[in-house]
Design a protein around this ligand. Structure first.
Ligand SMILES: Nc1nc2c(c(=O)[nH]1)N(C=O)[C@@H](CNc1ccc(C(=O)N[C@@H](CCC(=O)O)C(=O)O)cc1)CN2
Ligand SMILES: Nc1ncnc2c1ncn2[C@@H]1O[C@H](COP(=O)(O)OP(=O)(O)OP(=O)(O)O)[C@@H](O)[C@H]1O
Length: 190
């Protein structure tokens, strides 16, 4: 399966816009993400929150993970199980061991699998209906579908405001975001 051209074109445009973000903007967003993300997690009563190990031009997530852990919320990172398989999540707190996986992504080792009730999700492009574009491997669609079958979860997309599009074409298997946190606003999708 390959993407419809429009989805691939939107992804390329979204990533090009993200690549233009300056250092000060990136630092400010990382701080905002940590504060707003941890406040939301606490207000929501989250027990286990997952984030991701930032790669490419993704905003730094360590400050968020540190703040969540300081609030007593268990923190987890995704672990890839192979192509076309949902991600698993393993407990990880800042300072715990990591091993390098594909694409330079660091993953927890020897930590128990957990099922997060709050997920901070990497986003290439998004719209206000909660449609999400990732890097195109379909990992999070499969992952969110699997978790939603099991329990109620909240998915918060993390993106710069510049990564917003009026409408992203949705496929039947696309799993929607509940919220998107940008460097400018907190968006309730739907
Ligand atoms: N930081 C982070 N971690 C994450 C994700 C993510 O989007 N960001 N994922 C979200 O699902 C999963 C990994 N998904 C990824 C999918 C593709 C590529 C990637 O770099 N792809 C190449 C092209 C693919 C290829 O090698 O043929 C590329 O974009 O250059 C990276 C991560 C799990 N962990
Ligand atoms: N639940 C599913 N069942 C079958 N195929 C799926 C499912 N979810 C995703 N896919 C496949 O994954 C491919 C990529 O999907 P999509 O473009 O939505 O990924 P993405 O959300 O951008 O990537 P990622 O979640 O890894 O960041 C699709 O072309 C589709 O074939």
């Amino acid at each position: 399966m390959t993407d419809a051209p429009s989805k691939a074109a939107l992804r390329a445009e979204a990533l090009a816009r993200r690549a233009q973000v300056t250092e000060p903007q990136a630092r400010a967003f990382a701080a905002r993400l940590a504060e707003t993300g941890a406040d939301f997690a606490a207000a929501h009563g989250a027990k286990i929150a997952s984030a991701f190990w930032a790669i490419k031009d993704e905003v730094a997530t360590l400050p968020l993970l540190e703040r969540l852990a300081a609030r007593g919320i268990a923190t987890a990172l995704p672990v890839m199980q192979g192509f076309r398989k949902p991600l698993e999540f393993r407990l990880w707190a800042p300072g715990s061991p990591l091993a390098e996986a594909k694409w330079g992504i660091m993953e927890p080792v020897l930590a128990p699998e957990v099922f997060p009730d709050l997920l901070f999700v990497p986003v290439a492009g998004f719209d206000r209906a909660g449609n999400r574009l990732g890097y195109g491997a379909g990992f999070y669609d499969r992952t969110l579908a699997r978790l939603r079958q099991r329990q109620e979860i909240v998915a918060v997309g993390i993106a710069y405001a510049a990564q917003e599009f009026a409408a992203i074409p949705a496929e039947p298997y696309d799993e929607k975001l509940d919220y998107v946190l940008t460097d400018r606003e907190w968006i309730t999708c739907g």
